[in-house]
Design a protein around this ligand. Structure first.
Ligand code: AMP
Length: 370
């Protein structure tokens, strides 16, 4: 018997076969697209979310509508599924614990705990030798002046927890009054970051399987408008050395998190050609939607494979791609998009378009360049 044989045998035992049910915390478009990929492989999903009106509920056979604090509903949900994953990282720690007592939660506690808090995230990254933006913890308003003195202006004050799409982020410019900035951040604990004059923003999505296999997608370039992702271009227009380094950092992070699932690693490319990690998201990510149409395996299928203990799929990109989010009333252009032969339209089934709301996305494919 080869030395790997016992490992292979154990993996067969923990592999969840098609027909199994995956529990997903969160009912948004990321859950919806994960459930669609799961269905293609013969799995079904049970969505747990606090509201009735969610995109993932339209494409799944089983739902629990309850708050994340409701441990009785969580325990009942756990009894109906063979594994639990999540489509957003701000799951209360207690909820993750209740679930983990009954069923594997993938990615696990460590990835969730770190990604929920910008300070923990930066400490973790620094601890494993991954460069981040210069930062200071600001535990109370009186500490802000000292932090601004240390880092200089311009800087950005962010909530330590529960900030996304630019929410809870306040620029500190030459004339900014610090008390007003603190009040605008709207949290009890913050992190002050140096403002980075970046030449571009990129991200790398990396998957890690139950057997420790790691697979990265090509680094992509992201353009934000009003702090919300607007466009992702695949591949990123960066030189080979940076591309390799970005992938190396992403792998390092996935391994150090002992991840089973996906993590999206967002980075700044500085004007002097360095990479600084800005943020981690241990779940499918908006900057990975292009993989549905341009890669052998989408990020959503890859998540299903990882959490079910299946072999990871090929991340090979067969086309270049530009993914554009359809935000608010941009979705009204659906007919024109359908008439464009290079465009693949994805709508999330949301009834009402509001400013800033992600209603869908469109991916345009181009011949592969590199
Ligand atoms: P975040 O929520 O941290 O991903 O920030 C959203 C967007 O705000 C980023 O993608 C950047 O475009 C911008 N941003 C955030 N932090 C900084 C920073 N320290 N310097 C410059 N731009 C930033």
């Amino acid at each position: 018997m080869s030395p790997e044989a016992p490992v292979a045998a154990r993996l067969r035992e923990v592999r969840l076969p098609p027909g199994s049910r995956i529990g997903i915390l969160g009912g948004g478009q990321l859950g919806r697209m994960t459930a669609m990929a799961a269905a293609r492989l013969g799995y079904s999903c049970h969505i747990y979310c606090p509201s009735e009106d969610e995109p993932a509920l339209q494409v799944t056979p089983a739902h629990t509508i309850a708050p994340y604090e409701d441990t009785v509903s969580l325990a009942a949900f756990a009894d109906t599924v063979q594994v639990v994953t999540f489509e957003f990282e701000n799951v209360p720690a207690e909820a993750a614990k209740t679930l983990a007592a009954k069923v594997p939660v993938r990615p696990g506690w460590k990835a969730l705990h770190i990604a929920q808090n910008r300070l923990r995230e930066k400490d973790f990254l620094t601890g494993i030798g991954v460069p981040t933006v210069a930062f200071r913890e600001v535990a109370q308003p009186s500490a802000l002046a000292r932090a601004v003195e240390d880092l200089g202006r311009p800087a950005v004050l962010k909530r330590a927890m529960l900030g996304y799409d630019g929410k809870g982020q306040v620029p500190i410019k030459a004339g900014t009054v610090l008390d007003e900035a603190w009040a605008a951040m709207g949290a009890e604990r913050g992190v002050l970051e140096s403002f980075i004059e970046f030449s571009s923003e990129i991200s790398v999505i990396v998957a890690r399987g139950l057997d420790g296999t790691v697979a990265t997608y090509d680094a992509v370039e992201n353009r934000h408008v009003n702090h919300i992702l607007d466009t992702t271009t695949a591949p990123a227009r960066i030189d080979e050395g940076l591309r390799i380094e970005a992938e190396r950092l992403a792998r390092r992070i996935a391994e150090a998190l002992e991840l089973v699932g996906l993590v999206a690693v967002e980075m700044f490319v500085t004007r002097d050609g360095r990479l600084l990690v800005n943020e981690l998201a241990p779940r499918p990510h908006n900057s990975g939607h292009w993989t549905i149409d341009a890669c052998a395996t989408s990020q959503f299928e890859q998540l299903v494979r990882a959490v079910c203990g299946l072999p990871l799929g090929s991340t090979e990109r067969h086309s270049d791609a530009v993914m554009k989010n359809l935000i608010g009333h941009a979705v009204d252009d659906w007919l024109e998009i359908l008439e464009d032969p290079s465009a693949k339209l994805h709508l999330y089934g949301k009834a009402h378009a509001r400013p800033g709301r992600k209603m869908g996305h469109v991916t345009r494919l181009y011949p592969k360049t590199g």
